[in-house]
Design a protein around this ligand. Structure first.
Ligand code: CP
Length: 310
């Protein structure tokens, strides 16, 4: 098995196309494992992992935890709300205390962009970024691209539109890097106020008309409006946003072709996507969640291999 070119998974920007293909091939094997009656392998029984979540999460936290258990790693879970960071301890002190307990690897979600990268320069452990503010969410992008590959056979040559709150979205940035490295064409679509001004410099198309964007694409990735990151109003109301950028069944059924619908979750039903679209046969939302476990097993396994070989 080939090695990854990186020591940590901090962002998709750092990965080569070969790294992504290695992760996908490893995830293919682990997807078989998790669909067997005995869903576990003993690969990481000598590895201890701490999951540090300084921000809310359902899918990513549970998916990492299940992935680690399927690999037989020892795990500990840290939640900022009930920790001594509330008493003024710094991030580096907190983490170094956890590492003193012979922890080998950290999975961290943090509200500050760059937090995982910062930590990687300060502590001696493998680090996986589980989402850092508005910056990157690399395992989400990997599981998204893996799900497109599974559904459409390949990512190369496919047209993917990412719709919604691009400005505040780590999922959008990681998806743009990942899809482009794999040879897909990427478009972003949303209100002008939620599209970063210079985003075309990343080589993406920009469209403000949802119907035009959907008629262009093979895959639509519908993002949630991140109200928790918006300290000013970027559009008049959720109702107006939904009328202009929400995907409903009537729109879907009247497109020129059958497209694949994705969403990273959590969904706000009736805002960016209606229930009949989210639950339709064109939606692969729950496949994305299922694939998240295989992808996180693959990333964890490949980085742990580097600990053993040091
Ligand atoms: N997609 C995603 O990151 O979901 P959570 O915030 O629930 O982890």
């Amino acid at each position: 098995m080939d090695n990854l070119s990186v020591e940590h998974l901090l962002g998709i920007r750092d990965l080569t196309e070969k790294d992504i293909q290695i992760i996908f091939q490893t995830a293919d094997s682990f997807k078989q494992v998790i669909n067997r009656p005995i869903k576990k392998v003993p690969s990481l029984r000598d590895i201890t992992i701490a999951n540090l979540f300084f921000e809310n999460s359902t899918r990513t936290r549970l998916s990492f935890e299940i992935a680690q258990k399927r690999l037989s790693a020892d795990i500990v879970n840290f939640s900022a709300a009930s920790s001594s960071t509330k008493k003024g301890e710094t991030l580096v002190d907190t983490v170094n205390n956890i590492l003193s307990m012979k922890v080998d690897m950290l999975v961290m979600r943090h509200p500050n962009p760059g937090a995982a990268q910062f930590l990687s320069t300060k502590v001696n452990a493998k680090i996986i970024n589980a989402g850092d503010g508005t910056h990157e969410h690399p395992t989400q992008a990997l599981l998204d691209a893996f799900s497109i590959r599974e559904k459409l056979g390949d990512v190369a040559g496919k047209k993917v539109v990412i719709v919604g709150d691009i400005l505040h979205s780590r999922v959008a940035l990681s998806n743009i890097y990942c899809l482009q490295k794999l040879g897909a064409e990427v478009m972003v679509c949303g209100p002008t106020t939620l599209i970063p001004k210079h985003i075309h410099q990343l080589g993406v198309k920009v469209e403000h008309n949802l119907i035009k964007a959907l008629n262009w694409c093979d895959v639509a990735n519908m993002l949630r409006i991140q109200l928790e990151r918006q300290d000013i109003k970027f559009f008049p109301s959720l109702r107006e946003y939904s009328m202009l950028f929400g995907l409903n069944k009537e729109i879907l059924d009247n497109l020129d072709k059958e497209i694949v619908v994705m969403h990273p979750g959590p969904i706000n039903r009736g805002v960016e996507i209606t229930s009949d679209v989210a639950d339709s046969k064109q939606s692969i939302i729950l496949n994305q969640v299922e694939n998240g476990v295989a992808i996180r097993m693959a990333v964890t396994y490949l980085l742990a291999a580097k600990i053993k070989h040091q």
